[in-house]
Design a protein. Structure first.
Length: 113
């Protein structure tokens, strides 16, 4: 037996596009599309929480407690709206790649059955 042919076949099968590799790529694309909006929403929520907590801890001893408290609650109100907008734009950016990959997977499964 020729070991070179076996090694070449093993390497070729490792790099071949199979349905399972395409499913993994599809999951990665979906995760990438949702990651940025989640991260921004988390950071904005943490900032809103910090501002609100700072406003509450300052108390009525200073003039800034009301400003911090109000800004924190405004950020809390804006956060879900901003998340939805960012998620929509991110989905639009990755939509074509996700749809093409999903169709390829679906066609492969339909043809093999």
């Amino acid at each position: 037996m020729n070991t070179d042919k076996l090694i070449a076949a093993a390497v070729a099968s490792e790099y071949a596009q199979t349905a399972s590799r395409k499913v993994i790529a599809l999951k990665k694309l979906d995760k990438r599309a949702k990651q940025l909006p989640k991260t921004i929403s988390f950071v904005l929520g943490a900032a809103a929480l910090a501002l609100t907590a700072m406003g509450m801890s300052l108390g009525s001893g200073t003039d800034w407690w009301g400003v911090c408290w109000l800004l924190g609650f405004i950020l809390m109100g804006i956060n879900p709206l901003l998340y939805e907008k960012l998620l929509d734009s991110s989905k639009k950016r990755y939509a074509w790649d996700i749809i093409v990959l999903a169709r390829e997977i679906w066609l492969e499964e339909t043809v093999t059955r």
